[in-house]
Design a protein around this ligand. Sequence first.
Ligand code: SAM
Ligand code: SF4
Length: 330
Amino acid sequence: MNTASQKLVDRYGRSFPYLRLSLTDVCNFSCDYCLPDGYQCEEKKSFIDLNEVKNIAIAFSQLGTKKIRLTGGEPTIRKDFLDCLRIVSQTPGIEQVAVTTNGYKLEENIDQWVDSGLTHLNVSVDTLDSRLFHSLTGHNRLQEILSGIDHAHNLNLKSVKLNAVLLKDVNSHQFDQYTHLLKNRKLSIRFIELMQTGDNLEYFNRYHIGSQVLKNYLFSNGWSEKIRSASSGPAVEYYHPDYEGTFGVIAPYSKDFCDSCNRLRMSSTGDFHLCLFGEQGYSVRHLLQSQEQREELKETLCNLLGNKRKTHFLHDSDTGVTPNLSAIGG
Ligand code: SAM
Ligand code: SF4
């Protein structure tokens, strides 16, 4: 089949300009909801190499992908992370190169990341209380990470976002503190509802809280919902005339959340995932080795997309096979 005109569109009419590419599932943090005992190296895995990263980026870009987010585990601990950024940013058709990071050594490294092609930065900061941050992540680095974010904010990035998982009694009473960060900074702070994974049921039951608590806070403090464009993805954004920054809310348990799904995933071992939850992933690693395989890779990706379901089944506590989000890249 000639795939020259093929695009990644599923049977529900959703298109996928956005790929989340996991570079490793190793992580140096031990967030309570993700890897509470730290990364456990049960078997030595071989993560995709630079040639494979390049072949993924080119194939997806030829199928209409415009944005690639490097994630993990912690993507920035890869020794060749700068090469990964360069390869992705030099791929024709890729307009946005994003990373999601825990912010480890952000301040020292952000200049090099930007020089290597990074355009969009997301840093996870689940609490603005140093003591709680230490206990939640295993690292006493909150102040360093916040300085790194300030530094990044002054660089020529298209966007800088803070990610926070909404956690009952951990940050669900800290919205005022987050708001202060937005007064004079063009940042976006995105709260995402805690998702249940295969490993975190007990934690989920204790700490999950619906995003209505944040929406109530925003409405009663003068924040308004932005009109959403068709391509805006699942986050709902809020703005305030007195603040430069914005809030975003990602509520995976909300009705119709999956209607705006615009993303696909590749794991760090070359599995193609149609959804964060619910399926094993399809190994396409054998097709990532050379450019001669590109047409077959593209055709395989388009065919596999036909299996994408309309919605996840998280509401029924069906987490599929996802043990934690570091495993396939959150
Ligand atoms: N290590 C990087 C980081 O923490 O930013 C990137 C990988 S991490 C898996 C990506 C994002 O997923 C982070 O913002 C993290 O807070 C979020 N995350 C992890 N587990 C989650 C869960 N169970 N529910 C909601 N978000 C989760
Ligand atoms: Fe590591 Fe990110 Fe998971 Fe935290 S959320 S343990 S930083 S992969």
